[in-house]
Write a protein that binds this ligand. Structure first.
Ligand code: NAD
Length: 328
């Protein structure tokens, strides 16, 4: 079965090609171009395509895939808010994803962002490179003995909760389902979490109910001097309200791996010059804000796990089996 990869980056072809020998039934073809109605129209003899969280897997694109004989969409990511599942089901296209590849990769990045802003590492790095060894502007805060508030205690949130516990923090969480694997976590309502946390880390999915979860109202409820980290989805935070909060010195620091405009701007230009939307650029102008380019998942171990699960998904489809990673 031929699988065409859209928006394939060098690291995608590398991680998938390393495993190709183990899957002789699969013929992997890597296209650098993004998935669109126009590019999908070029597919020939292709039963499956592989897409990413930034891909346009909307109804018009799925119609074109269907017309070109594609029956399977393999998402090489966990998120699927960019896929029109109703259209896929209507057209008889199966969609599979990689639900959890390395929760620790994202959680460790969340803590890296938290530490970077808590100890002003981004400023220290620049200063020392300029031969400036003064401590001016570098005063940090401890995490030990403080309270971490985890919003969403699924796979990544649970990993972050364990990391925070390891730092000697009291860990509280907000989720509609209590994770039984986290006996050290105290579940509270969202208002309590906002009011009591010194570090707030977002790990819930982006849905109608969580869109702009962090806004003027919820920021108002936070402690002054809180550290906010978002490695989940940009739409969880209303950027203009966050900027207002930063201006009012509400935050000791903010670490963002995701931001509202990234789909249109950053991903399309990942390999080239990264073009920033003006709102994200405004965030970067604050000295206590760190932005990374959605790299939480980007570790060697995670890429290997993504490739393995995606190719196993393709094999399950070929064998007519349920893989447990189906979305429709
Ligand atoms: P998961 O499904 O295992 O966990 C999500 C948790 O959020 C669940 O426990 C769920 O009950 C909870 N939740 C749902 N609605 C909520 C709400 N309104 N309030 C509070 N909690 C709520 O997902 P995961 O694998 O832990 O991933 C979490 C998020 O991380 C994903 O949605 C994705 O957007 C993001 N992610 C980011 C990267 C990255 O590179 N930065 C990589 C992978 C995933």
């Amino acid at each position: 079965m031929k699988i065409v990869f859209f928006a394939a980056k060098p690291y995608d072809s590398q991680s998938f090609s390393q495993l190709a020998d183990q899957y002789p039934q699969l013929d992997l073809e890597f296209w650098e171009t993004e998935l669109s109605v126009k590019t999908a129209a070029y597919l020939t003899d292709t039963e499956a395509i592989c897409a990413f969280v930034s891909s346009d897997v909307s109804a018009p694109v799925l119609e074109t895939l269907h017309a070109r004989g594609v029956h399977l969409v393999l998402m090489r990511c966990a998120g699927f808010n960019n896929v029109d599942l109703n259209a896929a089901t209507r057209l008889g296209i199966r969609v599979m994803r990689v639900p959890g590849y390395s929760p620790e990769a994202v959680a460790e990045h969340a803590m890296a962002l938290a530490l970077a802003v808590s100890r002003r590492l981004h400023k220290a790095y620049i200063k020392v490179r300029e031969n400036n060894f003064s401590l001016q502007g570098l005063l940090g805060v401890n995490f030990h003995g403080k309270t971490a508030g985890i919003v969403g205690t699924g796979k990544i949130g649970a990993a972050m909760a364990r990391i925070c516990q390891g730092f000697g923090m009291k860990v509280i969480a907000y989720d509609m389902y209590q994770n039984p694997d986290l006996p050290f976590v105290t579940y509270v309502d969202l208002d309590t979490l906002l009011a009591e946390s010194d570090l707030i880390s977002l790990h819930c999915p982006l849905m109608d109910e969580t869109y702009h979860l962090i806004n003027l109202d919820t920021i108002e409820k936070m402690k002054s001097g809180v550290i906010l980290v978002n490695t989940s989805r940009g739409g969880l935070i209303k950027t203009d309200d966050l900027i207002a909060g930063i201006r009012e010195n509400k935050f000791f620091g903010v670490g963002l791996d995701v931001y509202e405009e990234e789909t249109q701007n950053v991903f399309e230009n990942r390999e080239n010059e990264i073009l920033m939307h003006s709102t994200t650029a405004r965030l970067l102008s604050f000295p206590n804000v760190i932005v990374t380019s959605h790299q939480g998942f980007f570790t060697d171990e995670a890429l290997h796990a993504i490739a393995t699960t995606t190719l196993n998904n393709a094999m399950a489809y070929l064998r007519g089996e349920k893989a447990g990673t189906e979305l429709n």
